[in-house]
Write a protein that binds this ligand. Sequence first.
Ligand SMILES: [Zn+2]
Length: 186
Amino acid sequence: MKFCSACGKPVRFTVPEGDHKFRYVCDACNTIHYENPRIIVGCVPVSGNKVLLCKRSNEPRKGYWTLPAGFLEKGETIEAGAMRETLEEANAEVVIDRLLSVYSIPDFGQVYIFFLAELSSANFSPGVESEAVALFSESEIPWAEIAFSSVRFTLKKYFDNGSLQQTAVYVGSHGIVNDPDLPGNW
Ligand SMILES: [Zn+2]
């Protein structure tokens, strides 16, 4: 950040008085610009023993497979956001079953929240951000072509431990979970 979003004047990167972290501070209007993580919501859309994945048509990670997910919008619940993203990216309608995973990426300032959801029908197709969508059983999952560590974590936990009957919520984080299967960069 170079300029204050409140008044347009230049900001300084400094530790405000009484604080302990560096913040962007505007001396003109005295606004402190706190930077908080963004929430990304998505679904693990399930049909029988298969999970719906989307092949990304945009960077980052173009051509890699992901679960339908995206930034939560102001004014919507996390469930509504997850269903909206599933509709946008896979043209798929789902019924949410339960919370499945929460995954933090402190370095990027992101928190992923995934719901386990049942596909309402066999009707799905690529949305604007997907070049393909398809159902995968556990043995068919293209593990080497999964876009993000949050998606890999969630799929792995789902297939290792999950089913529609179980109720565990899996909490993970990038760079903290010592999991050799998680790639270093994503
Ligand atoms: Zn200002």
